[in-house]
Design a protein around this ligand. Structure first.
Ligand SMILES: *[C@@H]1O[C@H](CO)[C@@H](O)[C@H](O)[C@H]1NC(C)=O
Ligand SMILES: *[C@@H]1O[C@H](CO)[C@@H](O)[C@H](O)[C@H]1NC(C)=O
Length: 422
């Protein structure tokens, strides 16, 4: 028996097959510049989210987020485990341009195929709960162009088993659109050929925006290096040894204080960016803030001393006895502040995860400044000391001679033996 099918029917059959093959593909983006694949499937009438990632292990992490900006963004972040023989997947939320925070409400099951293989991190997973909506956002299921973002961590990372592992600032990021209609057209994940996109919309140019250094962090570090290696030693020198020039100390300490405030502002800004520093509880932050408070106290202390001394001078009196002690405290606390800044810069470099070479370089500079400073300070101290001793001796001599002359004829007992000082 011969079945004849009218040609329009053939055409229809072919067309529907073609449509089906298009629709069956999961929405997949392939970002060539970072050799990154992300595929998404949203089974109908389900809370589930099936997803797949294949990313090179060159980066500290790779993040794929739902949303066009980091405000209220839900993100899948993947990084190598601590042995670098598997992967860690961490669902996170971000609320602005800050480090995303682990979001345990997203319940994720990892399937076979999740592994680190051929220098590539593979994730084959289903989120069974909490990934379609989150505080401040949701996957817009009927949206043919859901705004998505991706980010690449800096190019080194030890790996971690911890889903709350600390993340450094991304070195590159970008955005794309993903078709949620296509993603929800099947109930399972089906990948297009490797290295191709399907149902994704990548920008034509500048797929990855470079974002290497945090300018605020650099400014914070550079200014504090100048403060601790130049300003503070100079000011300590001026304040301690060159007592003859109080105006110079006032100028240098004002510049010193201004730079510290100038470095503090970006410091606070970076602190807000990272989970670890948001509560101002790290040693570097505590010591830094303590030192700055101490510096302000010493600034007011110094101004108070100047006023007291000037007042006494105006009244033609000697400065109050206590002012000498207060001046000494002011001077030694100034030294302490300098030392605290030197130490705290080191803690800051550690907190910023600076390379060992960098920390060593800083230590060498600290050593050099101390080696240069010590003899200069000593020479100036000796010179002023010698001068002061001479002046004091002269003064005592005058007093003695004056007294001696006055009492010369009255005090017979000591006549032949002038009383010696001390
Ligand atoms: C992902 O896991 C599912 C369920 O175990 C499996 O059927 C599928 O083949 C896996 N896909 C890949 C790409 O490994
Ligand atoms: C390993 O990765 C490279 C580059 O991504 C690829 O060309 C190669 O086919 C992969 N090898 C295996 C065994 O999958």
């Amino acid at each position: 028996m011969k079945i004849s099918i009218p040609s329009p029917t053939w055409a229809l059959l072919c067309m529907s097959w073609h449509l089906a093959s298009l629709a069956s593909a999961t929405s997949t983006v392939y970002i060539k510049d970072s050799d990154t694949t992300f595929a998404l499937n949203l089974p109908k009438d389900s809370e589930h989210v099936n997803f797949y990632m294949a990313v090179p292990d060159l980066y500290q992490y790779v993040a794929i987020g739902f949303g066009g900006s980091m405000d209220n963004m839900f993100t899948f972040i993947v990084y190598p485990n601590s042995n670098r023989d598997g992967v860690t997947l961490s669902p996170r939320l971000s609320t602005g341009r800050t480090e995303p925070v682990f979001y345990p409400q997203a319940e994720i099951t990892l399937h076979d195929g999740t592994r680190l293989f051929n220098q590539t991190l593979f994730v084959n997973a289903t989120c069974t709960k909490g990934c379609r909506t989150w505080p401040g956002g949701e996957i817009q299921v009927p949206n043919p162009a859901q705004a998505m973002s991706f980010a690449l961590g800096p190019s080194y990372g030890a790996g971690s088993d911890d889903k709350e592992a600390l993340l450094r600032r991304h070195q590159g990021y970008g955005s794309f659109g993903l078709d949620m209609v296509q993603a929800s057209s099947t109930s399972f994940l089906e990948l297009p050929p490797a290295g191709t996109s399907s149902g994704a919309n990548l920008p034509k140019a500048d797929v990855i925006k470079q974002d290497g250094t945090d300018k605020g962090a650099t400014a914070h570090g550079v200014i504090f290096a100048i403060v601790a290696l130049l300003c503070a030693p100079f000011d300590v020198l001026v304040a301690g040894a060159l007592k003859k020039w109080p105006t110079l100390h006032m100028i240098s300490s004002t510049i010193y204080l201004a730079l510290v405030i100038g470095a503090l502002v970006p410091g606070i800004q970076i602190s807000r960016t990272y989970v670890m520093t948001q509560n101002f509880r790290t040693g570097h932050q505590i010591l830094g803030l303590f030192t700055i408070v101490l510096m302000f106290v010493m600034a007011f202390w110094g101004i108070f001393l100047v006023i007291v001394k000037k007042g006494a001078k105006k009244r033609g009196e000697a400065p109050p006895e206590k002012s000498a002690l207060l001046g000494k405290i002011h001077k030694y606390v100034g030294w302490l502040i300098w030392i605290l800044f030197l130490i705290n810069n080191g803690l800051g470099l550690k907190l910023a995860d600076a390379s060992r070479t960098f920390i060593l370089g800083y230590a060498v500079m600290v050593g050099a400044v101390i080696v240069i400073m010590m003899p200069i300070y000593f020479i100036i101290w000796r010179c002023t000391r010698a001068k002061k001793d001479k002046e004091e001796a002269q003064e005592l001599d005058n007093i003695y001679n004056h007294n001696y002359q006055n009492h010369h004829y009255e005090n017979y007992s000591n006549q032949n033996q002038p009383p010696s000082y001390r």
